[in-house]
Design a protein around this ligand. Structure first.
Ligand code: FES
Length: 362
C-alpha cells in the first residue's frame, strides 16, 4: 500500500526502517549487540516476525478491510480525506493505542492470548527487535491493525502512515537497550522533564519494568505497564508502575525450551518441551492445600507470595499466574524466623495464614 507523505512516496516505510537501523547501529556501536547472548532461535523469531508482520500480515489485514469496506460500505470510502492530517491523526492514534492497551492487557490475563504473546516475554534480554517478537496469530487478531485498515479505507492513509512512524519510534525505543531516559532520572535538574514525558509516552524504564522477570526485585512488574505508545492508559486504568530503574533480569520465571516454530506458529505447532505452556494439552495444576506452609523468612528479604494457587514452589510464586488475572504479592519479611504462610489462598491477612482454611469444606 503506497502512501505519499510530505510529497514522498512510501516515506513511512523508509522512516520506520530508519528508526530500526538507527537503534540497531547505536546498539552495535555501544557494544550491546556484541555482548548479546541471543540464540539463532531468538534472531529467527525477532527478525522473522518483523518481516512477516510488515510484508504479509499487515498488508493482508488492510487489503481485507478495503475489500469488505468497498463491498458493503462504499459510500463511506475516503470520507476522512477532506479533513486536515492532524485532525485525523490525533483521534486515530489515541484509538489505536487504546485498542492495543486492552489487547496487550488481555494477553496477560487470558490463557490463549498469553500463549500467543508469551514469546515476547521469553526474551531474556531487551533489544530493538524484541518489539516484534510474538506469535503470528497474535498479530492477525490484533484489533489496532484492523483499525489501521478501516482508517485507510475511510481516507486517513496519511494519518496512518505518520502515526505508524511516531508509534514505532516510541515502541522500538522502549524495547531498546539504549536507555535514553536514564540520565534524566539521575539528575535532579533533568528529572522533572522526564517525569512529564513519562506521564505521556512509554519510556524505556517504564517498559523494561514490564519485561523484568518478576516483582521480586521491586523494580519489575510484568502485570503492569501495558501501554505501547502512550502511558496514559495505564494511569487511567490503574496499571502504571513508575520504578525509574531497570530490571537486572528479563524473561520468564518458568524456563522452557521452545523451538521458534512453536513460539511463532502456536497453536498450529506445539512445543515438545513438556514444561512449556505451549506443549500439547498443557494445563496448570492447582497446588493449593487446606493447610498453611511453614517457611523460614529472613528479615529485610523480599518474597513473592503466590496468589493464583498454581505455583509448583508454594507458597512462593513461580510465574504460573501468567495468562490469568491473578498477580503475586510482594512482601518484605519484618523478622527472621519461621512463618506460617497461607496455602489455601483464602486468607484475608496475606501472605500469612488467618485460619480461613478451617472454614473450607473438603
Ligand atoms: S505462581 Fe505467581 S501468583 Fe501463583
Amino acid at each position: 500500500m503506497k502512501h505519499t507523505l510530505f510529497g514522498i512516496d512510501n516515506l513511512d516505510v523508509y522512516l520506520v526502517l530508519g528508526v530500526l537501523v538507527f537503534f540497531g547501529l547505536v546498539e552495535t556501536i555501544s557494544g550491546q549487540l556484541r555482548r548479546s547472548k541471543r540464540s539463532p532461535s531468538d534472531w529467527i523469531q525477532e527478525v522473522g516476525s518483523f518481516l512477516v508482520l510488515s510484508t504479509v500480515i499487515k498488508p493482508l489485514i488492510v487489503i481485507s478491510v478495503l475489500l469488505i469496506g468497498n463491498t458493503f460500505f462504499s459510500a463511506s470510502a475516503n470520507i476522512l480525506s477532506e479533513y486536515t492530517l492532524f485532525l485525523v491523526l490525533i483521534p486515530y492514534l489515541l484509538m489505536d493505542d487504546l485498542l492495543q492497551y486492552w489487547y496487550h492487557r488481555s494477553a496477560h490475563e487470558y490463557p490463549f492470548l498469553w500463549k500467543l504473546h508469551r514469546a515476547h516475554h521469553q526474551a531474556e534480554e531487551m533489544g530493538f527487535f524484541v518489539s516484534y517478537r510474538n506469535a503470528g496469530l497474535y498479530y492477525l487478531l490484533m484489533p489496532n491493525i484492523w483499525w489501521i485498515g478501516w482508517i485507510t479505507f475511510l481516507g486517513g492513509g496519511k494519518a496512518v502512515a505518520l502515526g505508524l512512524v511516531l508509534k514505532q519510534a516510541i515502541i522500538i525505543s522502549s524495547h531498546s537497550t539504549i536507555k535514553w531516559d536514564k540520565p534524566f532520572y539521575n539528575s535532579k535538574w533533568l528529572r522533572p522533564i522526564i517525569q512529564v514525558i513519562e506521564r505521556i509516552i512509554v519510556t524505556p524504564a517504564f517498559h523494561h519494568a514490564h519485561h523484568g522477570k518478576s516483582k521480586i526485585d521491586a523494580v519489575s512488574d510484568p502485570n503492569s505497564n501495558f501501554g505501547n505508545m502512550f502511558s496514559i492508559w495505564d494511569q487511567l486504568f490503574g496499571t502504571a508502575v513508575y520504578s525509574h530503574q531497570f530490571p537486572s533480569e528479563y524473561g520468564l520465571q518458568r524456563a522452557s525450551n521452545d523451538h521458534w516454530s512453536a513460539a511463532y506458529l502456536y497453536p498450529l505447532i506445539t512445543s515438545k518441551d513438556e514444561r512449556s505452556e505451549l506443549a500439547k494439552g498443557f494445563t496448570h495444576q492447582k497446588t493449593v492445600r487446606n493447610e498453611p506452609i511453614m517457611v523460614e523468612l529472613e528479615k529485610g528479604e523480599n518474597y513473592l507470595y503466590c496468589r493464583c494457587g498454581c505455583s509448583q514452589t508454594q507458597p512462593f510464586c513461580d510465574g504460573s499466574h501468567h495468562g490469568t488475572k491473578h498477580t503475586p504479592m510482594l512482601f518484605e519479611a519484618k523478622r527472621t524466623g519461621p512463618a506460617k504462610l497461607c496455602n489455601c489462598k483464602k486468607t484475608k491477612t496475606g501472605p500469612f495464614c488467618d485460619h480461613s482454611h478451617l472454614g473450607i469444606k473438603s
